[in-house]
Design a protein around this ligand. Structure first.
Ligand SMILES: Cc1cc2nc3c(=O)[nH]c(=O)nc-3n(C[C@H](O)[C@H](O)[C@H](O)COP(=O)(O)OP(=O)(O)OC[C@H]3O[C@@H](n4cnc5c(N)ncnc54)[C@H](O)[C@@H]3O)c2cc1C
Length: 505
């Protein structure tokens, strides 16, 4: 029987499916404006890919740990701003080096927080390209300065666009110029050295999971500059505290959140989204429905197949799911880490393998910044590498365990080269596969998010928050401007802004 929507049920202003950072920023912004907001989260805690789990005295970040958006000034510090809106704050710890690269041909390089130091490190490897290096990264700063001078809200709102254009015409024209551009084209304008271009590729790949040719210039402008401006700052208490603080602020502002509340259907009437149904059959009605699930989960699972709008089908012809990850969450004896070890590392032995499953290895050691996340005398190492869910399907329980053990062994062997004695110093190990990511993060195939199928025109193809279904909005990394906590916070600000206008707040 199809669920009946009783007129006696209260109609909330906004129902948000999912409490990732995108969903929570939307929720808090709207609650702060006085909207009646309900967040429905399928899991036990908020945060999604920026959540955490605890084992034997260790507090592990499930995913994100290189956090942008906690700067003190400008307009691009969206996490700081989101928390401020609902009168909560987050202590953060400065990370002096964004990442330490361990790359082929002994390219061993630290991206220092101080811009000039980073440039000097890179120029030391490519002295013949000094001018090109400076011109390329300076061009990224141009993008950043444009973004950082305007209030980042909904590009779907004409009044805001007009106001912003009148106040900051040059910044707006700059952004219009960069919107359709990709990093690869800009980099090749200034840089000829093939090895250096490969470095630019991995600079992009490390957060966009595609090469420079497929990475939008707008996103690169943000990441390559903000790491030296607002910097990378780790939240004291672990990444999971960001979502917890947002929930605290949401509730202070009068909003509500329910956990273990899995939405199974977005309900429509005469083509308009009017409510949601939970797995337990409960129905909620809302004037506006927001999905923080991925595009694939929203349009193929929460809506019946015949309701997928044509523009979403078309979008899937341009974008596909990125791979998920194989993740090792380790507790290790502190003696394993040499003095001066940085928090984030990227390891690649062969450029040909950069985008291959098991190719690039990402490493985070958050206890170097916040020792309280592990028992005294121990550190957390989170090592992860892209992998497809298909590699992990159709296995018996024992085959699955054996494959996990073998894959973990390979990762540990690679880490041993940088941290000798790691294997012997292991105190705790938990291995997550793409299946784990799918199950616990509620993301189809455990995907990290959408990536272009081919070279597209920069960010122009990424959808904004409104969908072709009236009353239904999307927020999070399937929407403009893509993956990363600060990026989904941007999407949350934009979504809340658009809904606030639509509801007259
Ligand atoms: C291993 C890894 C490392 C990363 N590293 C970084 C990093 O260092 N820095 C960085 O900035 N970013 C990083 N990211 C990316 C970043 O974590 C994500 O882009 C971001 O957290 C996504 O936020 P979101 O709001 O789109 O949604 P998500 O985090 O996916 O949250 C969506 C929420 O919706 C819930 N949900 C889904 N479907 C339903 C349903 N039907 N009913 C109810 N609830 C539902 C989910 O349970 C989840 O809580 C990393 C990601 C991973 C996986």
């Amino acid at each position: 029987m199809s669920p009946s929507l009783h007129s006696t049920l209260d109609v909330l202003d906004v129902i948000i499916i999912g409490s990732g950072i995108g969903g929570l920023v939307t929720a808090t912004q709207l609650a702060a404006k006085g909207a009646e907001v309900l967040v429905l989260e399928r899991y036990l805690i908020p945060g999604g890919s920026s959540g955490y789990f605890e084992r034997q005295g260790y507090k592990f970040d499930v995913g994100a740990s290189m956090i942008f958006g906690f700067g003190a000034q400008g307009t691009t510090n969206l996490l700081t701003r989101a928390l401020n809106t609902v009168k909560v704050s987050q202590e953060t710890i400065i990370d002096p080096v964004q990442v330490h690269y361990h790359l082929p041909n002994k390219l061993d390089l630290k991206v220092e927080r101080v811009y000039e130091k980073f440039l000097q490190n890179l120029i030391a490897y490519f002295p013949h390209e000094e001018a090109g290096i400076r011109r390329f990264y300076d061009e990224c700063w141009k993008v950043f300065h444009c973004l950082n001078s305007i209030e980042l809200l909904s590009l779907e709102e004409r009044g805001y666009l007009l106001r912003t254009f009148l106040q900051h015409p040059l910044a707006c024209l700059g952004l219009v110029k960069y919107l359709p551009q990709n990093v690869g084209d800009v980099a090749r304008r200034y840089i000829k050295d093939q090895e250096l271009l490969k470095f630019i590729d991995i600079e992009c790949y490390s957060w966009s999971v595609v090469s420079a040719d497929l990475t939008p210039m707008i996103n690169a402008g943000m990441v390559f500059s903000d790491r030296h401006y607002g910097g990378v700052n780790y939240p004291k208490g672990g990444v999971g505290t960001i979502a917890q603080k947002l929930v605290e602020g949401l509730e202070k502002a009068g909003g509500k959140i329910q956990y273990q509340a899995r939405v199974t259907k977005i309900l429509t009437e005469q083509g308009k989204a009017v409510g949601v149904q939970l797995a337990n059959g409960k129905v909620y009605r809302g004037k506006r429905i927001v999905s923080n699930a991925t595009q694939w989960d929203t349009f193929t699972k929460l809506l019946p197949g015949d309701k997928i709008p044509n523009n979403e089908k078309k979008w899937q012809q341009s974008y596909k799911k990125s791979p998920s990850f194989l993740s090792l969450h380790m507790g290790v004896e502190a003696a394993v880490l040499p003095d001066g070890t940085e928090c984030h590392h990227i390891i690649l032995e062969d450029w040909q393998q950069m985008t291959a499953p098991g190719g690039t290895l990402f490493v985070s050691i958050p206890t170097l910044l916040d020792p309280d996340l592990a028992p005294k005398g121990y550190h957390i190492i989170h090592a992860f590498t892209p992998d497809w869910i298909d590699n992990w399907q159709g296995l018996s329980a024992s085959e699955y365990e054996a494959k996990k053990e073998a894959a973990a062994g390979e990762v540990i062997d690679r880490l041993e080269k940088i941290f000798p004695g790691l294997d012997a110093g292991l105190d705790y190990l938990e291995v997550g596969t793409p299946r784990t990511h799918q199950r616990f993060l509620g993301r189809e195939d455990g995907t990290y998010g959408p990536i272009p199928r081919r070279k597209l025109r920069g960010l122009l193809g990424m959808p904004f928050n409104r969908t072709a279904i009236p009353g239904l909005y999307c927020v999070g990394d399937s929407t403009f401007p893509g993956q990363g906590l600060n990026a989904v916070a941007f999407s949350g600000f934009a979504c809340a802004h658009r809904i606030a206008i639509d509801l007259g707040f």
